[in-house]
Ligand binder design. Structure first.
Ligand code: HEC
Length: 142
């Protein structure tokens, strides 16, 4: 099931890239300038926080999180909005929550344990944590 969602996400991205190649020459130039931080040395642009949050939402939607977490209501786990309210949107909290998403754990919100997600990469878990932390409207702090 999960693989299907990842496939759909990848297919969507491929379709987007494919269609954006069909633009006129002038637009193409603008696109390639947008894609690089430093056009002269062609350093690929770092993904913005908004991009990472959007990718995190796709990953959360494609994973099993919704079995236990509702965006705004407590089910088995706390609502992800409650999690966002509890923690400041800092790099330290993104790392801490990413570790919790990967390793699981208990004792912060009650006695019910959160299951581990050992198959997630740290980068993906961090995107998920960023998405969760964005749900109270807070922006990432430097
Ligand atoms: C089997 C049910 C279950 C699933 C599946 C689940 N969670 Fe949880 N989650 C919990 C519970 C229960 C807690 C509270 C744990 C605690 O009290 O320490 C929790 C806590 C959290 C927290 C807050 C951690 C903290 O220390 O405050 C985050 C963030 C989170 N989950 C994200 C996710 C994401 C993202 C997914 C999907 C990859 C996910 N969860 C899947 C049950 C689940």
């Amino acid at each position: 099931m999960k693989k299907i969602f990842v496939f759909i996400a990848l297919a969507g991205m491929a379709a987007f890239i494919f269609t954006s190649c069909g633009s006129t020459k002038k637009e193409e130039k603008a696109t390639s300038e947008d894609a690089y931080d430093d056009y002269a040395t062609a350093q690929p642009k770092k993904a913005s926080a908004d991009d990472l949050i959007a990718q995190g939402k796709v990953l959360v939607d494609a994973s099993d999180c919704k079995t236990c977490h509702h965006a705004t209501n407590k089910i088995v786990g706390p609502s992800h909005t409650d999690v966002a309210t509890k923690y400041e949107f800092t790099q330290a909290n993104v790392s801490m929550l990413a570790q919790k998403i990967i390793n699981g754990g208990t004792g912060v919100w009650g006695e019910i344990p959160m299951t581990a997600h050992a198959d997630l990469t740290l980068a993906d878990a961090e995107k998920m944590a960023m998405y969760v932390l964005s749900l109270d409207g807070e922006k990432p702090k430097d």
